[in-house]
Design a protein around this ligand. Structure first.
Ligand SMILES: NC(=O)c1ccc[n+]([C@@H]2O[C@H](COP(=O)([O-])OP(=O)(O)OC[C@H]3O[C@@H](n4cnc5c(N)ncnc54)[C@H](O)[C@@H]3O)[C@@H](O)[C@H]2O)c1
Length: 292
């Protein structure tokens, strides 16, 4: 049975917050498009997640692709168009990987989607893929390189803007749609090895504000969730994450860590159509962890 509430697009759908939000939104009656990047060893777990989402009655389509690549956005939007219209998009042999073809490709996609304005009720950018090296080391191999810095900012911050640009151009996000990104207290703290991600979080918050300003006249809301420290695979990769967890546990007035389900429940609550005047802000979901 298909849902009547429309579709949510989750970038980073296979783990942590993205997976929990997909579960909660599927249960709340949304269909889920998801993009994730997993190696072969993780794909069984992803298939199980997709089956779990489908068992709620939701329609689900996942792509195992890198969200930071320009042609991936076009391919995924073409896949979304195919799902919504029941017809594959005919690009007439246009090479999607050629930057010079982007405008023409987006025009074809916009035409294919003209009867599906606002079909994406929400997009969540929840992608964890960054360098966790110090800025300064006498060993060049251990120190953040230009490539690592740029990759981290591109994947964890800038890619959110490029997705919103293409979804807005094709009107898949339109009046009433809501866009969310995932930030952390690390946007304004200096944790060991977190420098590139910290910079990406500060940029992501700036991007969120800017998009809220530019998309406000179109009735699209754009906000960040700031999750408290949450035990996910991404957190475990941060050097000294045990200390970060202990410290968060000690400080959190709720006397526990944040869970992905805390964010998911907030996301579902904010999908209420009555919530239409929160934009350009950071919604802290951390049990008060950042007050102390
Ligand atoms: N865990 C925390 O304590 C915490 C706190 C605040 C904010 N965040 C932020 O939340 C977001 C999600 O983190 P998480 O803890 O759920 O991590 P996670 O590792 O559990 O999940 C990350 C997801 O991103 C996907 N992904 C990574 N690189 C990708 C790429 N290039 N293309 C497509 N998909 C890609 C993975 O496949 C996975 O689905 C990140 O932005 C993270 O910085 C985490």
């Amino acid at each position: 049975m298909s849902s009547h509430k429309g579709w949510v697009l989750v970038l980073g759908s296979s783990s942590g917050f993205g997976a929990a939000c997909s579960r909660a939104l599927a249960k709340a009656g949304y269909n889920i498009f998801g993009v994730h990047l997993d190696r072969a060893a993780g794909l069984q777990r992803v298939s199980e997640l997709v089956a779990e989402l489908q068992a709620t009655g939701a329609q689900v389509r996942f792509w195992n692709k890198n969200v930071a690549r320009d042609e991936v956005r076009l391919e995924v939007i073409a896949g979304i168009a195919e799902t919504l219209t029941g017809k594959p998009v005919d690009f007439g042999g246009l090479a999607l990987s050629d930057e010079n073809n982007r405008d023409a490709a987006l025009t074809i996609l916009s035409k294919a989607l003209e009867d599906h304005k606002g079909a994406i009720k929400a997009m969540l950018h929840s992608v964890a893929f960054g360098s966790l090296q110090p800025f300064v080391s006498d060993n060049l191999k251990e120190q953040t390189s230009r490539k690592q810095m740029e990759m981290t900012l591109d994947v964890m911050a800038n890619s959110m803007v490029y997705w919103v640009q293409d979804l807005a151009r094709t009107r898949l996000v339109d009046r009433g749609s809501k866009v969310f990104s995932m930030t952390s207290a690390g946007s304004r703290r200096a944790w060991g090895g977190y420098g590139p991600v910290s910079a990406a979080k500060a940029a992501l918050e700036a991007h969120t504000r800017q998009l809220a300003r530019e998309l406000g006249p179109r009735g699209i809301l754009v906000n960040c969730f700031e999750a408290g420290v949450t035990d996910t695979p991404a957190l475990r990769l941060i050097p000294g994450s045990d200390v970060i967890k202990e410290e968060a546990l000690r400080r959190n007035p709720g006397e526990r860590l944040t869970t992905p389900e805390d964010i998911a429940a907030t996301f579902v609550a904010l999908m209420d159509p009555r919530v239409r005047w929160i934009s350009g802000t950071t919604v802290r979901v951390d049990g008060g962890e950042d007050t102390l």
